[in-house]
Design a binder for this molecule. Structure first.
Ligand code: AGP
Ligand code: GLU
Length: 611
């Protein structure tokens, strides 16, 4: 699920492969490895833990000009050197790196063992090496052997195969896990993510499911599963954009949090996606005629994790402004629920990476049933961006930290534009539309001001870091932010956190409250502030410490909270885009205080390309 790289060309392969793996590190992994041709054999070096463990184990001089490499995010078999990839076939003829899951590996393993193949790892992936070797029986060449092996595979894969007897050949194949070919000057690189191409190639071919790439330094061929040659477009990738550096920051996460004023501004096309005079938005990529919008009676949003919470924020905005019923679904659940797909429903898939398997499978299910799906995606050219019939890029720039932050605010901003556009076509008058356009344009500056709470939050983190568990509470359009705040905290600090509706407090969670259980409340000005203050009181009455985020000047908030964070006011519809910022900063500084591995939290990966 993490990263694969392959190289063949005139350079020494090792530095290219290691740099490629380094660029893919952000995706999260638990071990890494390389295979390269040395003399007439394939050498494999693999190590659990960080990339530096692998680097320390590499031979100082490896002159090989062809090799494959892998970062593993274990799905089958523990984290160990043996289970790390590449996997070598019994007689050392074939080495394979694999991202994904082989569903039928138990049967294949048994079959291969019966044929005398010995397995060295507990992974599902190892069957690939032996199976390809088995089909390399003298009657088939490498390409036919890989193809025959893949015919037997059920599951998902992005693979690259290296052959002992062919010093200029790499074969890549894709089914469900991304694989891109970088075409260089007499050299080729294959990787699961174009960031691995930095310094090498800008010309890329994006493989689709069921396709294979047969690569040598001077040429490539792309073939389908029936080994028929297919012509694929060579596309220019913006590698500089994909390259992200931490710069002055200690972690990508804080850098990405701090970048949000710019990211949100880009999500609005620097203003270009707004029509000031008409108080509406313009989203060209939707590929929908204005008239098509009249036929939308319902919207279903499909996403996972933080994208799901952005979906909740968007649902509130669309229902508020456009009065179109919106439901948000956990894509993994949607897919297995035999969804009712209807003509008058618009389906929206939200994803930062565009590679999330659960979301992709849900989209395919909708498409198979005839539904029209639009994407709100960050990574240009990603699987979801290509799969959907139209959509809007969030243009948040590369998000490297596993915990999603600027993607969330950008997704929410794009959803706000959609809500405005749909709203203006229905009930929203131009005056209100203009008000929202102004509020949107002021948003980057307000995020900037909210980021000014950084030092204060850093101090608070010292106070809250030692609790075992923290509750998050909010109501109305802030409820999603309570859930997102809790997700951020648990993900990077490993402190247990749960989000609840403030109204739900008395229906269960209140039983948890004690002096050892703090609560973060979002209590915004307006109709529900009274109720929020009551809820905070209820927690206080049971000695629960309270940290309150608000945009209100109500002096009672000072009395009821232990700690109070005031953020700027914005239009109520847009306010979740601001309240999430202190949640992100709080999670970051708590994790920092606890010395956690912030950008790559344990057990998590940036793009979850397996279901
Ligand atoms: C967010 O902090 C998480 N790492 C995770 O929930 C993420 O949002 C989810 O996996 C969806 O990813 P996507 O946006 O790339 O589809
Ligand atoms: N399923 C394989 C394993 O557990 C591949 C994991 C990955 O995609 O990194 O080794």
């Amino acid at each position: 699920m993490c990263g694969i790289v392959g190289y063949c060309g005139p350079r020494k392969a090792m530095p290219v492969l290691i740099q490629g793996l380094r660029q893919l590190e952000y995706r999260g992994y638990d071990s890494s490895g390389v295979a390269f041709l040395q003399g007439d054999s394939i050498n494999v070096v693999k190590k659990q833990g960080k990339l530096v463990n692998l680097e320390n184990a590499l031979p100082s001089r490896a002159a090989s000009t062809i090799g494959i490499a892998h970062t593993r995010w274990a799905t089958h078999g523990g984290v160990s050197d043996e289970n790390a990839h590449p996997h070598l076939s019994g007689n050392g003829k074939v080495a394979v790196v694999h991202n994904g899951i082989i569903d039928n590996f138990v049967d294949l393993r048994r079959e291969l063992q019966d044929k005398g193949y010995e397995f060295k790892s507990e992974t599902d992936s190892e069957v690939l090496a032996h199976l390809i070797d088995y089909y390399l029986d003298g009657t088939r060449g490498p390409e036919e052997a890989v193809s025959a092996a893949l015919d037997r595979i059920e599951g998902t894969y992005g693979i690259i195969v290296l052959f002992k007897d062919d010093s200029e050949l790499l074969i890549g194949a894709r089914n469900g896990s991304p694989l891109i070919v970088g075409v260089g000057e007499k050299e080729m690189i294959l990787a699961s993510d174009a960031t691995a191409f930095i310094g090498l190639s800008r010309q890329a071919i994006f493989l689709d499911d069921g396709e294979m790439a047969v690569i040598s330094p001077r040429e490539y061929r792309t073939v389908n599963r029936h080994q028929q040659e297919i012509q694929k477009p060579v596309e220019e990738v913006d590698i500089e954009a994909a390259e992200a550096m931490k710069g002055e920051y200690e972690h990508f996460l804080i850098k990405e949090i701090m970048e949000q004023p710019d990211a949100v501004s880009r999500a609005m096309g620097e203003g270009g996606r707004l029509l000031k005079d008409f108080g509406t938005a313009k989203l060209g990529g939707l590929n929908l005629e204005k008239r098509d919008f009249f036929d939308i009676n319902r919207i279903h949003i499909l996403a996972m994790g933080t994208g799901y919470y952005a979906g909740m924020v968007g649902a509130g905005m669309i229902e508020n402004l456009a009065r179109i019923p919106v439901q948000v679904f956990d894509a993994s659940e949607y897919r297995v629920s035999n969804p009712i797909v209807q003509r008058d429903t618009l389906y929206l898939a939200i994803s930062q990476s565009g590679e999330t398997a659960d979301t992709i499978m849900a989209v395919k299910e909708v498409q198979n049933k005839g539904g029209r799906v639009l994407g709100i995606v960050n990574v240009v050219g990603s699987t979801l961006a290509r799969l959907t019939e139209g959509g809007v890029y969030t243009h948040a720039g590369p998000e490297k930290s596993v915990a999603s932050t600027k993607a969330f605010t950008s997704q929410s901003t794009v959803l706000a534009l959609m809500a405005l556009l749909l709203g203006r076509m229905r009930d929203v008058p131009v005056r209100r539309g203009k008000e929202l356009v102004d509020a949107l344009l002021e948003l980057p500056n307000k995020i900037h001001r909210t980021l000014g709470l950084r030092d204060r939050i850093r101090e608070l983190a010292k106070k809250y870091k030692d609790y075992q568990s923290i509750l998050y509470m909010a109501r109305g359009n802030q409820y999603a932010i309570a859930l997102e705040g809790a997700l951020k905290l648990k993900e990077i600090s490993y402190i247990h956190a749960e989000g609840f509706s403030s109204g739900g407090l008395k229906h269960g969670p209140l039983a948890l409250i004690s002096e050892d259980m703090p609560s973060v409340f979002i209590a915004m000005d307006g109709e529900t502030l009274e109720k929020d203050i009551n809820n905070i009181q209820e927690v206080r009455a049971r000695k629960g410490p309270t940290l309150v985020v608000t945009d209100s000047d109500d002096p009672r908030l000072e009395d009821v909270s232990d700690d109070l964070l005031r953020i700027p006011k914005t239009d109520e519809v847009l306010s979740p885009i601001l309240t999430v910022v202190p949640m992100q900063l709080f999670a970051y500084y708590v994790a920092l205080e606890l010395g956690r591995e912030i950008d790559q939290p344990r057990n998590l990966a940036k793009s979850v390309t397996v279901e």
